[in-house]
Design a protein around this ligand. Structure first.
Ligand SMILES: Cc1ncc(COP(=O)(O)O)c(C=O)c1O
Length: 383
């Protein structure tokens, strides 16, 4: 019986492999943001989410070490038992002060936070209305909830409005910056629409926090929306802040409710206190060092200017996609780029819809002009 089951699993793996869709974890020997090395070979890194270069910032590393010394390496319990230390509370206060949200709660990952947000807040009579390109964690959260799931075409406000007209108890879910396309919805219009239809707006700003908006407050602030106008804001600490973990922000009632009923929160070991200390330092640097955002913006502008003839997706963010149309082609070009010393990923289905397989280029404040010019030159030769 178990041999049959193993054979079934192997068949699924072999099928993926035959379709050139096999995924394998890559072990980095060395990483410093701009450069990484794999199996003894150094590469220019155009594939990470360390948009501001904070993952290797010495002050953040020092805060991590100090946090471990002062509070311990692990939290040793769930937040409602013995896992909540002073430094967790300080991180929550720091987030509220930075973002202007009333209350926040912490999670070990953005995936867990999104699961909790959708699964716990959406009730049986509700309909979760998600963008077609929503992150897997949002889709899974919606599927695990008791609510009905409806999807609208990517960033299509007119279609969202049509759905809202036909739906009794909608909750609308979108992202500040979409992880594969790098583009953003018109949050202002969406927020007004949600208000008109009495629909709570839930925002995943994993790729916007730290990189956009005044003080790096993220996508809502960048479009003039106060955190209190959102029903819920989720963002993680593992991208621009360079560390790991996540939070959900909202009104006291929303966070109190999730604290009671959010199973990923109640039944999971709290974030490491050392990590919380590192995130606090990272937020401090993110807020005070505007030059990191400025450098990132000038790198994005340079890349888009140099590569404008390369059929780029429409994106003003650090995530830039070049659609190649098939897994084989995306994989072949990314391998040729690796041979030339550039590390960037081929994004294949099912991560993106079939036919939109692409190269996903992520830019960072650490890239130099020369790095970007070299990359574009290589891309032009290969595409
Ligand atoms: C849009 C979006 N939401 C949520 C997540 C999940 O966050 P985490 O990596 O912290 O689990 C990601 C990360 O890949 C993401 O891109």
């Amino acid at each position: 019986m178990s041999a049959d089951r193993l054979a079934q699993l192997q068949q699924a793996i072999d099928k993926r492999s035959a379709e050139q869709l096999l995924r394998t974890p890559v072990t980095l020997q060395h990483y410093n943001g701009r450069l990484l090395s794999v199996a003894g070979t150094p590469y220019l890194n155009f594939s990470g989410n360390d948009y501001l270069g904070l993952a290797t910032e010495p002050e953040v590393l020092q805060a991590y070490a100090d946090g471990a010394r002062d509070f311990g390496a692990g939290s040793t319990g769930s937040p409602l038992v013995t896992g909540q230390h002073q430094v967790h509370a300080r991180l929550c206060d720091t987030l509220c002060d930075w973002l202007g949200t009333e209350q926040v709660m912490l999670f070990s990952s953005g995936f867990a936070a999104n699961q909790t947000m959708l699964q716990t807040l959406a009730q049986k009579a509700d309909t979760l209305v998600l963008d077609k390109l929503s992150h897997a964690s949002l889709i899974d959260g919606a599927l695990h909830s008791d609510a009905v799931l409806k999807r609208f075409a990517h960033n299509d406000i007119a279609q969202l409005e049509m759905i809202l007209q036909q739906t009794a108890q909608p909750l609308v879910v979108t992202e500040g910056i979409f992880s594969m396309d790098g583009d953003s919805p018109n949050l202002r219009t969406m927020q007004a629409l949600c208000q008109q239809f009495n629909a709570p707006l839930l925002l995943d700003d994993a790729h916007g926090l730290g990189v956009t908006g005044p003080d790096g407050k993220g996508s809502a602030a960048a479009q003039g929306i106060a955190a209190t106008e959102l029903f819920c804001l989720m963002a993680n600490f593992g991208k621009a802040l360079g560390v790991g973990g996540a939070f959900i922000g909202g009104s006291k009632t929303v966070i109190d409710y999730l604290t009671q009923f959010g199973r990923h929160y109640v039944y999971s070991t709290a974030l490491s206190p050392a990590l919380c200390a590192a995130v606090i330092k990272s937020i401090e640097l993110c807020r005070s060092q505007q030059w990191r955002r400025d450098k990132l913006q000038s790198n994005i502008a340079l890349f888009r200017h140099l590569a404008e003839d390369l059929a780029l997706l429409k994106s003003e963010s650090a995530i830039q996609g070049v659609v190649l149309g098939s897994s084989e082609r995306a994989l072949a070009v990314s391998q040729q780029l690796k041979a030339a010393g550039f590390w960037l990923s081929a994004i294949r289905s099912p991560t993106v819809p079939k036919g939109s397989e692409r190269l996903r280029i992520t830019l960072s404040a650490q890239h130099t002009e020369y790095d970007i010019k070299q990359l574009v030159q290589q891309l032009r030769q290969l595409i």
